[in-house]
Ligand binder design. Structure first.
Ligand code: FEO
Length: 394
């Protein structure tokens, strides 16, 4: 990826990771991702804004060297996660005169994770500024978007806001700026669901703060840049605080067909009652798709057979994921089957302490579902209709 000018003297020097398919050994990235590093050539000082993932750090060094950057005064580090900070050590090898400008918490993280010596740091706090000569860079603390040390920075004179993970998207693209909002929307929603949703209660204050600023360009650390940030701010607002939809997620795993039969019956019963459903067979599910579905749904139905005495491990995985992502769900329940007993329902319930949901009575059947079990699932569909109606979703 070549160095590209965003505004005179301000360059994108990040890299596209086209073939990255898994992030943090956890999160699917079917469209790859990017690590947006920026070069600011002030008339007195030159600054690198974040680095890139260590796997691609030589690309960053080639870009800087290939474009005649002989000296860096500062490296601004917004966030310690290594997709942005991991290349700093290598950059410091090439530019040993540079100081690492960051907040006190991130300084400790970078010392612990990257073993950067303490004397390399220049610590800043909320409202502090960095003088680049013709430009002033102001620092804005933004804890929990994504980690507790995360911060933004604002190049005042050029009205460019660097938001690190916030408003970014896991999307490798040659587009410097958002060209196709529809394409970016899905990548950004996936990013929100996987990375930002656990902190959704904190997001409105950052959305409002950015709305109140004079900003020409929002430059996140993943995905294309925003010349019209209202589109992404509106999307974030909807995802974080909008009402859930009249929608049920049927998320299941089945070993011998009993749980699958129950899910299929409930799916039909809900559709007959004009409730939108999305079905995820956990044997094949991209958990990013599931995370995106959790952004909007009102109800989660988790289907699990009983393995030995507890839930199937794939169902437990889905429960742990939902618990970690803290979606806006209002209702949840568990259905499934067992052979000789067990505690599948209790096992799932113990995994979701963070879910602020009303539990609809679970249904666990012995062996294959019989007529009375299917009737109980019809009654569950009626109960879901009643709950959604009571919540004003129908
Ligand atoms: Fe893109 Fe939280 O790092």
């Amino acid at each position: 990826m070549s160095l590209r000018e965003i505004k005179p003297g301000i360059y994108h020097v990040g890299v596209q990771h086209w073939d990255r398919r898994l992030f943090d050994a956890l999160i699917p990235t079917p469209e790859g991702t990017s690590y947006n590093s920026y070069l600011l050539k002030g008339n007195e000082r030159t600054v690198l804004v974040d680095s890139v993932d260590p796997e691609l750090q030589e690309e960053l060094i080639r870009e800087l060297k290939g474009h005649g950057v002989e000296k860096l005064d500062h490296i601004v580090s917004h966030h310690a996660e290594q997709d942005h900070s991991g290349g700093i050590v290598r950059v410091l090898e090439e530019y040993p005169e540079a100081t690492v400008v960051t907040n006190a918490k991130n300084k400790v993280f970078l010392m612990e994770h990257l073993l950067i010596p303490e004397e390399k740091f220049q610590v800043v706090a909320e409202g502090d500024t960095l003088d680049l000569g013709n430009w002033t860079m102001e620092f804005i603390m933004a804890p929990w978007v994504h980690w507790p040390e995360t911060m933004f920075s604002y190049l005042k004179e050029e009205r460019v806001l660097f938001t690190c993970d916030f408003l970014g998207s896991h999307l490798a693209t040659s587009d410097l700026f958002v060209e196709d909002e529809r394409e970016v929307y899905l990548g950004a929603k996936r990013y929100y669901a996987e990375i930002m949703m656990p902190f959704r209660h904190l997001l409105p204050k950052y959305i409002e703060r950015i709305r109140g600023m004079e900003v020409d360009i929002v430059a996140p650390s993943h995905g294309p840049l925003h010349k019209d940030p209202a589109f992404m701010l509106d999307s974030y607002e909807e995802w974080a605080t909008g009402e859930v939809k009249n929608e049920v997620l049927l998320v299941y795993v089945s070993m011998h067909g009993s749980t699958k039969r129950m899910i299929e019956h409930l799916e039909e019963a809900l559709i007959e009652r004009d409730i939108r459903v999305k079905v995820f067979n956990l044997e094949h599910t991209d958990v990013g798709e599931l995370a995106m579905a959790l952004v909007d749904a009102a109800t989660l139905v988790l289907g699990t057979p009983t393995v030995l005495t507890g839930p199937h491990p794939l169902a437990a995985y889905a429960a742990i994921l939902a618990n970690a992502l803290r979606p806006k769900l209002k209702f949840a329940t568990i259905i499934g089957s067992y052979g000789w007993g067990g505690k599948a329902v209790e096992g799932i319930q113990a995994l979701v302490p963070n879910l602020q949901v009303e539990l609809i009575d679970p249904i666990l059947v012995k062996g294959h579902p019989k007529e009375e079990d299917l009737a109980a699932l019809d009654a569950m569909a009626d109960a879901i209709v009643e709950k959604h109606t009571g919540a004003g979703l129908i």
